[in-house]
Design a protein around this ligand. Sequence first.
Ligand code: DC
Length: 235
Amino acid sequence: MDVFSRNIIIAIDGPAGSGKSSAARLLAQKLGCLYLDTGALYRAVGWKAMQDGMDLQDAAALKTLCAGLDLSVRPDGNGMKVFVDGRDVSGEIRTPEVSRAAAAVAAVPVVRQRLLRIQREVGEKAGGQGGVVVEGRDIGTVVFPDAPVKFFLEASPEVRVERRHAELRQQGLAADLSATRREIDTRDLKDANREIAPLKPAGDAIRIDSTALTLDGVVSEMMAVIERKRSGNAD
Ligand code: DC
């Protein structure tokens, strides 16, 4: 492998339901890279704040939570597991309640600062381990602004709601379609309008609309971009 592929950080951003998690996992598998789902970190903080019965907007309480936060991630097959205080919370953080809590705590600067450090530590370690595919909302803009390859995934609102709904059903978290639509709408608004690190494409991100694409189709487009960059034919 060349230097580019050995140390590569690939940033994938996009809104809920854009297909970025599935694409990031498959891409990491194809490249033999680590996979980092940064939304899971925000979910873990939201989950912990809920467990502690905290007001999710209480910056002082969240500061204390972050100071004592024992949060770690571990690769798991093609995915990733998340631990809080040594407990595997990977399943528990997927509920709609935790989605809401994650979007709320993600707007609090002290939470973002704490998680920024964790994300960059993983990125640094990944340099010696075949690189990393990192997905989230601000990866190409804030966390790894120098990443050599950045993607921004989009999809129509209808398709995003359908995907999120299917994901919840698959996890046994039956939700009706209108509740899922409300969840996505509320989170989109929060994620795109918060003052700090809002969801937006990096200037040098390659945008992919996944509305009419299969997962393989999305990842093929990504692989083609990476191959072009590798061979030095990038724009
Ligand atoms: O990707 P996800 O749906 O699991 O993310 C959950 C929430 O975490 C999302 O609504 C906003 C927040 N988040 C963020 O603010 N920045 C990131 N890099 C990743 C997620």
